[in-house]
Every structure is written in C-alpha cells, then in structure tokens.
Write a protein that binds this ligand. Structure first.
Ligand code: ZN
Length: 102
C-alpha cells in the first residue's frame, strides 16, 4: 500500500460511522454504538454493542448477566447449559454473516 493510500485508509478509519455513539465510547481507535439492552426482569440482561476496531473489522460485543440458582450443583448445570447455548448463538451468528441472503 502506498503512503497516500495508507493515509487515506487511516483518515477513513478515524471518521465516525453513522451508528457510532461518539464521545467517551469512541476512543483508542475504536468506534462503539450505544448498547442495545435486552432485559428479562428477574432472570437476566444482555447488552449488545456494535464495535469497529482499529483494524476496521467489526464485531458485536455481548455482556450477559444471568441469574443463577443459589444451590450447587444446579448453578453449575446452569453455567454448562449457558455455555452450550452460547456456542449455538456464536455459530448461528457466524453462519448469518457468511450467508447474508439466507
Ligand atoms: Zn466513533
């Protein structure tokens, strides 16, 4: 890549995409949207945030809070089920991005 092309790419990366929340959320070379909150009262909450990294690639950042049972081994079984479900979610999201028309 020529120096001019590199500078153009760097300038384009600094521009905020229309979904970027700007302000304190957008720094250190990243652009971040306002998080989308999915709240299930008494059970849990998920925060999904669209992020464009310094390298220009985008990803979804997911923060998940789930209520667990007070007793073992139920809480441990819940965590195991959650891990399995997250595997399904990640695989589904990856398939969707690989085949957007499907
Ligand atoms: Zn930004």
């Amino acid at each position: 890549m020529s120096i001019l092309a590199h500078r153009r790419a760097a300038r384009a990366a600094r521009r905020h995409p229309d979904w970027c929340a700007g302000g304190h959320r957008c720094n250190l070379g990243e652009h971040r949207a306002d998080p989308l909150t999915v709240d299930v009262p008494g059970l849990g909450r998920a925060l999904l945030t669209r992020v464009r990294g310094r390298d220009g690639r985008e990803h979804a950042e997911v923060t998940l809070t789930v209520a667990l049972a007070d007793a073992e081994p139920v809480a441990r079984a819940q965590l195991l089920g959650l891990a399995r479900d997250l595997d399904v979610v990640i695989n589904r999201a990856t398939r969707a991005s690989a085949h957007p028309a499907a």
